[in-house]
Design a protein around this ligand. Structure first.
Ligand code: F6R
Length: 255
C-alpha cells in the first residue's frame, strides 16, 4: 500500500483527483469504480472542475460499488440519485455508460451476476475509488464478509445503519440490506484509491493498514492488492504507528 498523509481532506482529494484525471487524459475510455457517502464529495468536485477546464469524460465508463436494496433509482437517498447530483449531471458522461446496482432488481442474484459480467465486458475497472466505514467496511462488505466475495445482497450492520442515518429523516428509514460489489470484485480493479478522512475513521484505518489481513476488517484485504494508494487526512492518520515512515517514504520516492 502506498500511504499518503495530507494536511486536509481537500488536499488529499485533489491528489486523488490528479490520479484520475491523468488516467482519463491518457485513456479516454477509462473504467472508473465509484463510491458514495461523504468522503468522495470533494474528489467529485475536483473532477467537475477538471471537466470545466476541458477534460472530456464522454467515453469514460463507471461502475458504482453499491446501492441500497429496496430504493428506487430516483429515491432521494438512492446511490444512483447521489451520483447524478454529485457527479454525473456535471460531467459530459454518457449516462448509458454509468452503472449502479438496481436496488429494485426482482431477481437479485441474476442482477448481481449480470453486474459482474458487465464489469468484465468493459475490460475490468481501471481505478476503483473507495471510502472506509468506521467498522472497516469497503463497499458494503461488512466485517466477516468473505475476502473473495462477489457482488451480492448483504445485510448492513447496526453500526453502518446508524452511521448512515444522518442522510435519512430517521434511523428506521435506512434500508437494512444493500447490493454491493464483493471484496473479490474490488480486488480485481487494476488500481484502488481509498480515501479516509476524520478522526472517526482513525481506528478502522489503523486496522486496515497496520493490522493483519482479516475478514473482520474488510479494508485490510487491500494489503493484498498490488496497486492501492490510501489518501488520509491528519485526523484519520492519527493512530498509525508508522505515520512518520509513511511521510518520509512519500517525500522520498525513488526518481
Ligand atoms: C459507499 C460505500 C461505503 C462508504 C463508507 C464511508 O458507496 O461504498 O463503503 O465509502 O461507508 O462512508 P462515508 O464516506 O459517508 O464516511
Amino acid at each position: 500500500m502506498n500511504i499518503i498523509i495530507c494536511p486536509t481532506a481537500e488536499a488529499a482529494s485533489l491528489r486523488a483527483a490528479d490520479m484520475i484525471t491523468e488516467a482519463v487524459r491518457k485513456r479516454p475510455e477509462t473504467v472508473l469504480g465509484l463510491a458514495t457517502g461523504s468522503t468522495p464529495t470533494l474528489l467529485y468536485k475536483a473532477l467537475i472542475q477538471a471537466h470545466r477546464d476541458g477534460l472530456d469524460f464522454s467515453r469514460v465508463r463507471t461502475f458504482n460499488l453499491d446501492e441500497y436494496h429496496g430504493l428506487a433509482p430516483d429515491h432521494p437517498q438512492s446511490y444512483r440519485r447521489f451520483m447524478e447530483e454529485q457527479l454525473f449531471n456535471h460531467l459530459n458522461l454518457d449516462l448509458a455508460n454509468t452503472h449502479v446496482p438496481d436496488g429494485l432488481a426482482k431477481d437479485v442474484a441474476a442482477h448481481c451476476a449480470a453486474y459482474e459480467a458487465e464489469i468484465k465486458a468493459a475490460g475490468g475497472i481501471d481505478i476503483q475509488v473507495l471510502g472506509i466505514g468506521s467498522n472497516g467496511h469497503i463497499g458494503f462488505n461488512e466485517p466477516a464478509s468473505s475476502l473473495v466475495s462477489r457482488t451480492r445482497l448483504v445485510a448492513l450492520t447496526q453500526q453502518t445503519i446508524s452511521d448512515n442515518a444522518r442522510f435519512f429523516d430517521a434511523a428506521d428509514e435506512v434500508p437494512r440490506h444493500a447490493i454491493s460489489m464483493g471484496i473479490g470484485t474490488i480486488l480485481e480493479a487494476k488500481r484502488c484509491i481509498m480515501l479516509c478522512f476524520g478522526e472517526h475513521k482513525a481506528k478502522a484505518v489503523r486496522a486496515a493498514i497496520e493490522g493483519g489481513v482479516s475478514q473482520f476488517t474488510p479494508a485490510s484485504a487491500l494489503q493484498m492488492h498490488p496497486d492501492t494508494t490510501v489518501f488520509l487526512d491528519e485526523a484519520a492518520a492519527a493512530d498509525l504507528e508508522l505515520k512518520e515512515y509513511y511521510r518520509w517514504s512519500a517525500a522520498n520516492q525513488p526518481a
